[in-house]
Write a new protein. Structure first.
Lengths: 278, 232
């Protein structure tokens, strides 16, 4: 009986303490705390976790640079799955969310997008080394594309293509497609191409060394932070700082550091530099 | 990427690092779920007016909606609702929100477990207790609960295991439990080594479940000793 009582007290205390640890309110040394939802579907080099499970990557270093120039705010990073983060931004739980969000009409209706993207994501078709007839999405209408997720940025590019073009690209939808499996499908010839972010492919290729190459770059998608709809002032301020950071070379430098390529350059320049793997 | 022994140890190490958090969610939620279960079962057995109807609605709702929906309602909905009354609980730790959700969810199931096990003991036992002059609390403590407890135990074990697996949902709102750690590892590798990592996490869950089953078995055995009868 005594053991139960001690256990009970411990539980109550732990709940109270965990409840209190969060009580930082809005004002901490006079700064306004901005809750930034960070997607738990990490996607290096944009976003990953370090040994202590703290977020890091291009996204976070960008935000830290922004935070430095806005002394009135203090950014606080909160992990959460993307879907839940977006709900949270809509519900006012978070002030903004980051993880290479592409812009699409449905999202623009729900959230506040800044004008200036903080980076770009290059999407492309990954094909077998010996395939030479796939360079753009137009080449995919009679080919087999490896399975794609039902939502997300890559899917919205494909959906947009299929709405505007006839014949459409035949799509196989799965929940959480594995990039590794998809790439191996292409290598073994079961699929003709994978639609992927070039940086993602580059990093996997480092590990796996598959017989694959980039068939063609499809697009250079701007990526944005998304804001809670009524945070116009905050969005404006961060937008302004982002422009400054691009102009003074801070962000291009970060891009070089994390991606090895300055994606603020024009798409043509980057393509020529080449993402061709030996 | 080939998987050597050191990779396995590294992955297991990272996952086991989050184990205390998973167990904390499990234990704290379970304790509150039991309290909720007992209260709801009592209300439904005694058919207390108003409360009885409310409890029925709560049971029906909790058992008919997916847990993830409930988690979102508690994590995003309740703070929003309270905010309209001027109460701001958005800064509460996320641990509190998952414990509330899991307690309410499992509590609903446990209340039915408790209710059915109480009813399984039978009215004649209570009447027998009255006939030897016991009061209701006495009968409850000495006759009904010990017997109902034995009936309830296997089902409580079931729901504990169910709850353990449900805690994986906590990662949806960013609590990095053992499943969350697995997803982070996979994300950092772009899904490379998915199969090996899922094998590792499956083994971890399995072992915890076996331990839970052993605890239940042990309690069951120690109860049986007190119930020495002629036929068993």
């Amino acid at each position: 009986m005594k053991a139960i009582r001690i256990l009970f007290v411990m539980v109550v205390l732990s709940v109270l303490m965990s409840g209190c640890s969060g009580v930082q309110g809005t004002a901490n040394d006079g700064k306004e705390i901005i809750q930034v939802a960070v997607s738990a579907e990490v996607n290096p080099p944009f976003l990953r976790n370090d040994e202590n499970n703290e977020p890091t990557g291009y996204d976070i270093e960008y935000l830290k640079a922004v935070d430095e120039r806005l002394p009135q705010y203090e950014f606080k990073y909160v992990w959460g799955e993307e879907e839940s983060n977006l709900i949270g931004v809509g519900a006012g739980k978070f002030d903004m969310a980051i993880n290479w969000f592409f812009s699409n009409p449905e999202r623009e209706e729900k959230f506040l997008y800044p004008e200036t993207p903080y980076g770009y994501s290059m999407t492309g078709l990954i094909v077998h080394k010996d395939t030479n007839n796939i360079e753009s999405l137009d080449d995919m209408t009679d080919k087999e594309l490896a399975p794609v997720s039902a939502s997300g940025g890559l899917r919205s590019i494909l959906n947009a293509y299929n709405e505007q073009n006839d014949p459409p690209i035949p799509l196989t939808t799965v929940d959480n497609p594995s990039n590794e499996n998809n790439l191996k499908r292409v290598e073994s010839g079961r699929s003709d191409a994978v639609f992927l972010n070039i940086t993602t492919f580059e990093a996997i290729q480092k590990n796996l060394q598959l017989d694959l190459k980039v068939g063609g770059i499809v697009s250079k998608e701007p990526v944005y932070v998304v804001f809670q709809p009524d945070h116009e002032e905050l969005a404006e301020e961060i937008n302004h700082v982002t422009e400054e950071l691009i102009e003074d070379g801070t962000l291009p430098e970060l891009a070089e550091k994390w991606f090895g390529v300055n994606f603020f350059d024009d798409l043509e320049d980057i393509s020529v530099e080449g993402f061709q793997y030996e | 990427m080939t998987f050597g022994l050191s990779d396995w140890i590294n992955i297991l190490g990272q996952v086991l690092d989050r184990l205390p958090l998973t167990l904390a969610m499990l234990v704290v939620s379970l304790i509150f779920a039991m309290l909720i279960g007992i209260v709801i079962a009592f209300i439904r057995i005694e058919k207390i007016p108003v409360l009885h109807q409310l409890a029925t609605v709560y049971l029906s709702f909790t058992r008919s909606t997916p847990l993830i929906v409930q988690l979102f309602l508690v994590y995003f909905g309740i703070p929003q609702l309270l905010l309209t009354f001027g109460i701001d609980i958005n800064h509460w730790s996320r641990f509190v929100f998952v414990v509330i959700t899991f307690s309410l969810h499992t509590g609903a199931y446990l209340s039915e477990v408790f209710r059915s096990s109480y009813l399984s003991v039978g009215k004649e036992q209570l009447e027998a207790a009255y006939s030897v002059g016991m009061t209701y609390p006495q009968a409850l403590r000495r006759i009904l609960i010990p017997q109902a407890f034995r009936v309830a135990l296997p089902n409580v074990g079931n729901h504990t295991i169910e709850l353990l697996k449900d805690t994986a949902l906590a990662f949806t709102i960013g609590i990095i439990d053992i499943m969350g750690q697995v997803k982070l590892i996979l994300g950092n590798n772009y899904g490379v080594g998915m199969f090996q990592i899922y094998v590792a996490i499956a083994v971890v869950y399995w072992i915890i479940c076996i331990l839970i089953e052993l605890v239940i078995l042990w309690i069951e055995r120690s109860q049986r000793k007190k119930h020495a009868g002629i036929s068993n």
